[in-house]
Design a protein around this ligand. Structure first.
Ligand code: GSH
Length: 214
């Protein structure tokens, strides 16, 4: 582990977003893949590091642990300011960038927390189906709102280089409601995701995580 980051994650999960950031920053890292919901030593270790038992969880080279993906991306940007993961602190687009980034983790990511396994929150039955349907609706509404906000964006959400917001979009367009819906309903987000995937080193991470077409 010396001098290396450890990304604890699962295929197709948000850990791919953190992996892309580390790749872009040129920071040495290892990926520990685990079925995060399956009981066993992997989950026991995950729970000891992150009481919510969520991935991604990031172990820094000095052993400190980060448990929120946006904190991980902002931390990587602090360590590697030239990687272009965030607009500079004094850039005019910085405030809007922060607002979109936090919207993604505060309003969109939790729709999966409560919608992926709705029955653990509601108990089985109709209430679970309703929670899943409502969180799916809410997610699409927030994505539509972001699509409108980023309508005037150029190649990426906040400039000509792939940054933190773009990395989220590149992974999330493969989650519910799925690639075809994003293409139809949120064309700007879809184009940004494609621009990220077309960058060879980022596209390779996405592909290895099963976040690719075909
Ligand atoms: N706020 C967390 C959310 C992470 C998250 O929800 N990850 C999913 C997998 S992609 C997960 O661990 N779900 C299982 C659970 O919430 O129990 C972040 O942004 O890192």
């Amino acid at each position: 582990m010396d001098g290396r980051y450890e990304v604890i994650g699962s295929q197709g999960c948000g850990s791919a977003i953190v992996e892309m950031a580390l790749v872009r920053a040129g920071l040495p890292h290892d990926v520990t893949e685990l079925p995060y919901l399956a009981d066993g030593p992997g989950r026991d270790r995950l729970l000891a590091l992150n009481p919510l038992g969520q991935v991604p969880t990031l172990v820094l080279p000095d052993g400190r642990v980060l448990t929120e993906s946006a904190a991980m991306l902002l931390h990587v940007a602090d360590v590697a300011p030239d990687a272009g993961l965030t607009p500079a602190a004094d850039a005019p687009e910085r405030a809007a960038f922060l607002d979109v980034l936090i919207r993604i983790v505060a309003a969109i990511y939790p729709t999966f927390t409560y919608g992926d396994r709705p029955e653990i929150w509601t108990g089985p039955g109709e209430a679970a189906a309703t929670l899943k349907a409502r969180t799916d609706e809410r997610r699409l509404a927030v994505f539509r709102e972001l699509d409108g906000r980023l309508a005037g964006a150029s190649r990426f959400a906040f400039g000509e280089r792939a940054g933190a917001v773009d990395l989220y979009l590149a992974a999330m367009v493969f989650w519910r409601p799925g690639r075809a819906t994003f293409r139809r309903e949120t064309p700007r987000l879809s184009a940004i995701a494609e621009a990220v995937a077309s960058e060879p080193e980022l596209g390779a991470v996405l592909k290895r995580n099963g976040l690719a077409e075909g």
